[in-house]
Design a protein around this ligand. Sequence first.
Ligand SMILES: NC(=O)c1ccc[n+]([C@@H]2O[C@H](COP(=O)([O-])OP(=O)(O)OC[C@H]3O[C@@H](n4cnc5c(N)ncnc54)[C@H](O)[C@@H]3O)[C@@H](O)[C@H]2O)c1
Length: 439
Amino acid sequence: MNKPAKNQHKLAFIGAGYVGLVSGTCLAEIGHTVILVDNNKDKITRLNKGQIPIFEPGLDELVTKNVKAGRLSFTTSLKDAVKNSEAIFIAVNTPPLPNGRADLSFVAGAAREIAEAADGYKVVVDKSTVPVQTGERVAETIKRYNKRQIDFDVVSNPEFLREGSAIDDFLQPDRIVVGVANKRAEKIMREIYSPIDAPFIVTDVKSAELIKHASNSFLATKISFANAVARICELSGANIDQVVGGMGQDARIGKHFLNAGIGYGGSCFPKDVSAFINIADELGYHFGILKEVEKINEQAKQLFLQKIEQALWVTKGKTIAMWGLAFKPNTDDMRNAPSIDIVNQLHADGAVIQAYDPAAQDTAKAVLGNKVKYIKDKYDALKNADALVIVTDWNEFKDPDWNKVAKLLHSPIIIDGRNMFDPKEMEKKGFVYHSVGRG
Ligand SMILES: NC(=O)c1ccc[n+]([C@@H]2O[C@H](COP(=O)([O-])OP(=O)(O)OC[C@H]3O[C@@H](n4cnc5c(N)ncnc54)[C@H](O)[C@@H]3O)[C@@H](O)[C@H]2O)c1
């Protein structure tokens, strides 16, 4: 349990999305007064009615508790929020442009609006993931659009929370990174985070910006490395579980993020890797290894599709049960989910897809429309299917009633993109089981 902050601050968050809503709520939980701003009126109306617009375990209760305590509120008025706050966190989206660069128009828009509203000293904290040197641009924007010539500091405070475990990640992080230009801003940031027991890493602004892109790119590299080794396992008859098990025991390597499968997805890794490649290019460095990371990630999906085709011979006219659509378990986020490419290809080939996801049915509908039949129960999705394809490793898929699965499926074929089960055990149970990198 975190102790409440001794020095309580008035904070504003611009952007009440996955990051703004969780971070703002957690900072309210540790004693600060937080106003969350979003220009999506529908989102704010829902939040004011006590409805949480995203699926994130534990968030509902924490929001309700802090609203009740008077520490958390929601508004569409950026102006009021800025006027009433000392530190303003920019937590807006930074999606990829078609050329792979980060779209910074939302950050630029927020910076301008903050500048126009600010009437006294403010700390402007960039929490969105942005390319190195963005802080300088934010500072220029504030200078340009603030008519009162206010005093201000720009801070980079990248966020490392993971959807699905976001609250714990925020309140018990591995580290807090704060990039500052002076002691004044550092003092305020230290006070804001004081109840959180974690290494507090103070850097210059540019280095903090780089820490985020370099960290996500490194994690994506680990995943692609594991997928490349998995391919060698398949070609040579070795087993990826045993290989990464042996590698991960080396403390210098670590066992995390070495899971072979259908590759990384989500709202962060794909866009951050491509943004990092682009920033490097602009600065005059060719980040070749990251280009290869992207290529291997694409191949992972294609190889998985090939496995489905090989298992079914012809996919046209076949019915495929799909477990999972979200890019990972415990979230409803479909942004860049590997399921999108997999469904698109199977649908284009003429397969019928019956999918079940515990949380992402609605968000998936918005992306995949009627390419998929959305089924409300994991067993119902199996009815008369020619194979089960596993795309997301939700907990509820870990221990199904296998007799029921075998009875419901037309043929006992499983193609598992997340290596959830032991191939030998599955064989014993009578399934034809395909997974990734296991001989
Ligand atoms: N989602 C994650 O797991 C995660 C983790 C770490 C970092 N990040 C980074 O954090 C940032 C936010 O990501 P997210 O997933 O929360 O995005 P999101 O799309 O869920 O939320 C962004 C919100 O900002 C709002 N917005 C945009 N411009 C605005 C403006 N001018 N005024 C008010 N509201 C505005 C949007 O309406 C939206 O609700 C991104 O840079 C992302 O890369 C995300």
